[in-house]
Design a protein. Structure first.
Length: 243
């Protein structure tokens, strides 16, 4: 099978981006974007469609098993993981377009600077103290929430998120939901206020995120669970005091 990888490149954050088209041919009937990128970079005789040599494509990868989220990029206009994006043969040559995530500042080629997302999560301190006993329902919810890869794909399609803004987006929903499910109600007042401020108040409920989550997390379920604990029950209790 033969494809053309059309890749948006840039030397560094200050450089102007430009497109390069690279032919790739394999005997495999199906392969991942990651395997194509690795094969191209390993080829010491690599040439673009015009026969010109080029430097290796810069991109991030680690596990290549859809567990770390580091290979997130925009593939044919949709955010996803290079290790999870499969290309199947159609009998005709096709073009696959690759770009870095646009929500975050560019670094080089297919690498985007997602540090603002990780710094926000550190600031929110959404980690479990450990040693907590969970009900069966809470355990199931906490497990589902813990599958979030923090890859940033959800933030790429979110109309309300921008890097460095107050809305942490659904990258924070998983950690918040897990902790809200684990902590006893008497201990989650501060956590609930933080969730309301950094997730609930900024979410426009477009739910574009649920269609691109590589882990297939049930975003609706996590939102309903966390809103019920952190927002509606809290507001209900406040209203009772006022009355």
């Amino acid at each position: 099978m033969k494809i053309i990888l059309k890749i948006l490149r840039r030397k560094d954050a200050a450089s102007e981006p430009y497109w390069i088209s690279i032919p790739y041919e394999t005997d495999e009937a199906e392969f991942s974007v990651a395997s194509a990128l690795r094969a191209i970079n390993e080829d010491t005789e690599r040439r673009d469609v015009n026969g010109e040599p080029f430097e290796p494509i810069r991109w991030e990868c680690s596990c290549l098993q859809k567990k770390c989220g580091s290979c997130a990029m925009v593939i044919d206009g949709k955010p996803g993981l290079a290790c999870d994006a499969m290309i199947s043969g159609t009998g005709k040559e096709r073009t696959v377009t690759l770009e870095p995530l646009k929500t975050f500042p560019p670094v080089a080629d297919l690498i985007a600077d997602r540090s603002s997302m990780f710094e926000e999560l550190k600031k929110l301190k959404v980690w479990s103290p450990g040693g907590l006993k969970l009900s069966e329902e809470a355990e199931e919810t906490a497990y589902d929430a813990s599958r979030c890869l923090q890859c940033g794909c959800c933030l790429e399609v979110c109309p309300n998120f921008h890097a460095g803004g107050s809305f942490a987006g659904n990258a924070a929903l998983g950690p918040f939901t897990r902790l809200l499910a684990e902590l006893p109600k008497k201990d989650n007042k501060e956590l609930s206020a933080s969730y309301s401020k950094y997730v609930f108040e900024g979410c426009g409920k477009s739910l574009a995120c649920r269609d691109v989550c590589p882990a297939g997390i049930d975003i609706d379920r996590l939102l309903v669970h966390s809103n019920a604990i952190a927002v509606w029950r809290r507001k209900s209790a406040a209203d009772k005091v006022k009355n």
